[in-house]
Design a protein around this ligand. Sequence first.
Ligand code: SF4
Length: 394
Amino acid sequence: MSMQKVVVCKGSDGYNSTKKSLMGLHIDTGKLKNKKILIKPNAGRLVDKDLGINTSPDVVAGVIDFFKEAGVHGLTVGESPIMGVKALNSLKQCGISQVALERGVKLLDLDSAPPVVVKIENGKVIDRLKVCRGAVDADYIVSVPVIKTHMHTQVSLGLKNMKGCLYKKEKVKLHQLPFSDKIIPPAKSLDAAVADMSNILLPNLTVIDGTIAQEGLGPSAGAPVPMGVIIASENCLAADWVAVRLMGFDPVKVHHLQLAIESLKRRSDSFDIDNDSLVVEPADYMKWKVDLKSPPKKISLEFLNVKVEDKDSCSACLSTVLMFLQRHYKDFADYFSEENPLHIAIGKGIGKQPENALLIGNCTFNQKGGNIFVKGCPPVASEIKAALFKKIKK
Ligand code: SF4
């Protein structure tokens, strides 16, 4: 086993590719017998499988069977979803519950027990986080994310997936930090916060599900793209590095990944993580690269005559707005123009809004004034639609 090793498998069968990639790592599973293993998929949204939003159940099944066949039985599948979603519901809807229960593996709502406050030594922007007890108690964590683009962090992969081990609203905290002079732009506070989180929540094993990836308006309103790859490594940052390259992006420009690599090197004698130092099997893995569409810099580039102010929102409200626009834009687009755009605002940090702006989520309450306020944490897309159409009809 080498911490520098990353295995990439290509194939249409996510289950077999997952097992093959894990076998290629030669993990020392003997030390894991009688240990508590937490499998952390990305299952934070209440959606069906095969959309490139939640982890494929076939990949989770491949991870479970790999460990069980190696005699490792202390497995649990756990999640702490985005605000407004219950873990057991999202795990069920995307099919992960079924594959886990069929194999006698427990499901865990990570928000069901009181959290543990864990200190972060030398964090750039955070010094402690409330971590779910199920993650703190685990001896070994397997991060099983989906390959996705992300409007806030460019990509969402193995490291970002660990945010789903933060207790309930603690996830929001990472999005609402003030700018710090310790951060060099264009990196943002959120990038530094995800890197700080890596000091305490770096998984032991990462299996990245690229069976169906997501491009564009990620993490939930982008388009699914069949990539047919699985990427596995005992080094999460190395796995993420390779996944970013396979998405057609430059890992050096993914700020949370760069900051996490720097942080790891500062606190350990970690090797470099770059194209020269990683050992990737097969060496010619870039033949499987699929150039995914980047997340747009501005939502108005995708939706004409819609202006969105997004200041310190979390993924839950961002996802709601993107879903609302994706589903209902065509129904209201004709009512707005360049001179009279639809203003939408999300997040705690927004300023005063033009009259009749749509203010979405409880975080925007203080600016509500004469605007249209849609309460909820987050609200759902149908509530936003109802509020907007009430305004249009007036
Ligand atoms: S209102 Fe929206 S941005 Fe604020 S915490 Fe709730 S989901 Fe996040």
